[in-house]
Design a protein around this ligand. Structure first.
Ligand code: ADP
Ligand code: ZN
Ligand code: ZN
Length: 755
């Protein structure tokens, strides 16, 4: 092997995509970069290339540059030239993909799949049919016990699931329940089932009352003016809008969008999926009419691509959606608004594990657009940047319309227990609920489900009943089943312990179902609505429950996270937080922040109308600063303490963390791979003056999900660049070295959740 002569100029090769679509991203073609274009092109560049046998000239986009051709270089054709003015939206999205790959770690193909829209020719005739029950639920339950007696196992499985889920695809009924298609048709003929085309999955216009936008108040107007002035002066930047709940942030968004639209530019508005309700969307539609396009996860692929087409053609100028709407193909982007910017849903859970906030700032930079981050409880990251002057800061301290910030009280549940109260409700909360019921005012009760799932364990030996496929405890449901919330596994609840044989297996903890039962016992006349993952499985269930509550058809709305976001009810004068507990999540460095945010958001639900509101926080940790700061509505004091903790412990944003998640269906392989990666990192640390710190290597907190074993390495360093550099040196080894064959390795930079 001879070394190349010194004089030889290095060849560069480009991967080129000629069909800009999600489906075509793994079909890129390699071309030589002519010397005249070296240094001038990069990912996103639009170029002309000879294509096919006849060397027809077509346009394509560069997705990557390589020094290795990957093919016989003599057979490669050369790029013809750069297409002038190549700042098309496609070009920008490919640059965003390249940013995702570099910043968060993934292959370019994964990154392109993340940003490019799914191009799907809609064949409306071939939508999957769905099965629903044609009989009432009580009739269904009667039939279920008959079928169980007759040992019609497949049919019973189907019926049981339909009673729970409301509907399912015929394909699933056949595959997962084992009911043959001809039997489905027979059951439909007998009037037991209904087989039909799926309903439109759009957000239903269930009657939730909407208050129309008012003229801006002084605080809001000041912000709109400041924005307009900066914009006219040519300034483009990121702004943090910190406004207490109900301060009228949405009205500000509408005003800013109006300024942008007048210039012929477009807007993207991101909202956490869970708050993407009819109520929110309609405030935008009321203002911008059919210029609004909505993208949400409950849409079918066909509906989604129809919306994308409206956006691409410029008929829609205001795109509203959850995280992935960030990649909407708007070509004249003027502003990206991220509402509830602190929300964990803005972090993707699949590779590349990007954060929408950082990615929005990058995309806006390419397009010359603004980013506006809005929150009543800004993330520690964003507030720190605003404080340091990196973002502009706008503050709304008071509620906009009617209503004051509610009075908040904290109840120490340890005291309650000591004084003999074994109920879920403190005496104070019971009194307040009774008072509201008497006054015909409404109550919301919030249960932070995260730490409080009803797990099942043996009182005699302590054995916890776990999912056989995941390393998590099963959750008890009132229908007598135990279910896994990670993989959907279900089994019947048995009181006999599989470990020691004692008959004392029992349900621990407090779930929403148990809380509902307790409510019914304590307040027999009250009309109660429950909102959680189980009661919202059926389509439109969200809107139906909230609609009923806003029409006053219930006195108490009990629910999880779902009830605390973005809904506005004038008649709610009491919010009870049943368990604001922290300790169960303490392994997560963000647990105080998450608790504080939830408490503030929950508290913000009360007193939205003319009547004053009251909030009661029940907790076992009443002196924790997240609780005390929330009770005083003091974001600033929370921030000071939290920031001090982060800088002491070197957690983001004061330092950075890179999680390496190693997964395999073979536990031993996962462990070996993790040890090898650790060794490679330790070796490379030797020649570094200030190497990253490796923290708690070993099994992840949830060490197995769906039969896949999970090993984890945490790396920490003051400078994000150091971690990025390490990751980029590691990636090729993981992809190419045979010792990592069959092992999945994922990276998560500055994680939002613990593993
Ligand atoms: P946030 O998004 O900050 O929680 P919203 O934009 O939802 O606040 O506003 C809270 C309530 O105040 C809404 O009912 C809204 O209609 C009302 N509101 C907002 N701005 C004004 C205003 N300038 N004058 C009167 N009412 C307002
Ligand atoms: Zn036991
Ligand atoms: Zn499971």
């Amino acid at each position: 092997m001879s070394l190349p002569a010194n004089t030889e100029i290095k060849e560069i090769y480009a991967d080129i995509i000629v069909d800009i679509s999600h489906e075509a991203v793994d079909r890129t073609f390699a071309y030589k970069v002519p010397s005249a274009l070296k240094g001038q092109i990069g990912p996103g560049s639009r170029v002309r290339v000879p294509f096919g046998a006849g060397d027809r000239q077509i346009e394509g986009y560069v997705t990557a540059l390589n020094e290795e051709p990957g093919y016989d270089p003599d057979k490669l054709k050369e790029i013809i030239d750069l297409v002038p003015g190549s700042i098309s939206v496609e070009s920008q999205l490919i640059q965003v993909a390249d940013f995702l790959r570099l910043q968060y770690g993934s292959t370019m193909i994964q990154a392109l799949k993340t940003v490019l829209p799914v191009k799907r020719l809609v064949d409306r005739r071939k939508k999957a049919a769905v099965v629903t029950l044609a009989i009432t639920d009580p009739e269904g339950r009667d039939l279920l016990s008959t079928w169980k007696q007759k040992k019609y196992k497949a049919r019973a499985r189907l019926l049981e699931r339909l009673l729970q889920e409301g509907q399912m695809d015929t394909g699933i009924a056949v595959r997962e329940c084992g009911v043959p298609r001809k039997d489905l048709i027979k059951l439909a003929d007998q009037g037991i089932l209904k087989i039909s085309e799926p309903e439109d999955e759009g957000l239903s216009a269930e009657s939730i009352s909407i208050r129309q936008g008012a003229a801006l108040n002084a605080g809001q107007q000041k912000i709109a003016d400041a924005f307009r002035k900066a914009h006219e002066a040519g300034i483009r930047k990121t702004w943090l809008l910190y406004g207490v709940t109900g301060s009228g942030k949405t009205e500000v968004y509408l005003a800013l969008i109006e300024i942008i639209l007048k210039e012929g530019k477009q807007a993207i508005v991101l909202i956490p999926e869970i708050s993407l309700t009819y109520q929110t969307v309609s405030r935008f539609s009321a203002r911008f009419k059919d210029q609004v396009a909505v993208i949400h996860s409950r849409m079918s692929a066909g509906e989604r691509s129809a919306e994308v087409e409206r956006i691409r053609s410029g008929r829609a100028n205001v795109v509203i959606g959850a995280r992935s709407a960030l990649f909407a193909p708007v070509s004249k982007l003027g502003i990206i608004i991220i509402d509830e910017e602190h929300d964990g849903a803005y972090k993707s859970d699949a590779s590349p594990k990007y954060h929408a906030r950082e990615t929005a700032i990058y995309r806006a930079g390419l397009a010359g657009a603004h980013v506006v981050l809005g929150s009543a409880t800004p993330s520690v990251e964003s507030y720190a940047r605003a404080r340091d002057g990196l973002y502009g800061l706008w503050v709304l301290k008071n509620r906009a319309g009617a209503g004051r910030l509610p009075h908040v009280r904290v109840v120490d549940m340890r005291e309650e227990f000591r004084s003999g109260n074994r109920s879920v409700f403190s005496r104070e909360l019971s009194d307040l609920i009774r008072d509201r019921l008497d006054r015909k005012e409404q109550v919301m009760l919030f249960l932070n489900r995260r730490g409080y799932a009803g797990f099942v364990s043996c009182r005699s030996c302590g054995h916890v009943i776990k999912c056989p496929h995941c390393d998590v405890s099963l959750t008890y449901h009132r229908d007598g089943s135990l279910r896994c919330h990670y993989c959907g596994f279900r089994t019947a609840y048995e009181t006999r312990c599989p470990a020691c044989g004692s008959a004392h297996v029992a349900v621990f903890g407090l779930g929403t179902e148990k809380a509902e039962a307790a409510l019914q016992r304590e307040f027999p006349g009250a009309r109660i609505l429950r909102m959680d993952a189980d009661t919202t499985r059926r389509r439109h269930a969200h809107e139906n429950i909230l609609g009923a509550f806003s029409r006053g058809e219930a006195d108490i709305l009990l629910g999880t996270q779902m009830i605390v976001k973005g809904h506005d009810y004038a008649n709610v004068t009491l919010m009870g937080i049943l368990a604001a507990d922290l300790s169960l999540n303490s392994a997560d460095f963000r647990s105080s922040e998450k608790t504080f945010q939830l408490l503030c958001q929950a508290a913000g639900r009360a007193g939205r109308g003319d009547k004053p509101g009251e909030v009661l926080i029940q907790t076992y940790d009443p002196d924790h600063y997240a609780v005390t700061a929330a009770a005083r509505h003091s974001y600033e004091s929370f921030f000071e303490q939290e920031y001090a903790y982060r800088s002491l412990m070197k957690y983001p944003p004061c330092a950075h963390i890179l999680v390496i998640l190693i997964q395999s269906s073979d536990e031993r392989q996962a462990v070996i791979a993790a040890m090898r990666i650790q060794r490679i990192i330790e070796q490379s640390r030797k020649d570094q003056a200030d190497p990253p710190v490796i923290l708690n290597p070993g099994a992840a907190a949830v060490s197995k999900i769906k039969d896949i074993y999970r090993q984890i390495l945490y790396l920490k360093h003051q400078k994000g660049e150091v971690l990025k550099d390490l990751r980029m040196r590691l990636e090729p080894v993981l992809l190419e070295h045979p010792m990592f064959a069959g092992i999945s390795v994922q990276f998560d930079y500055d994680p939002m959740n613990r593993y």
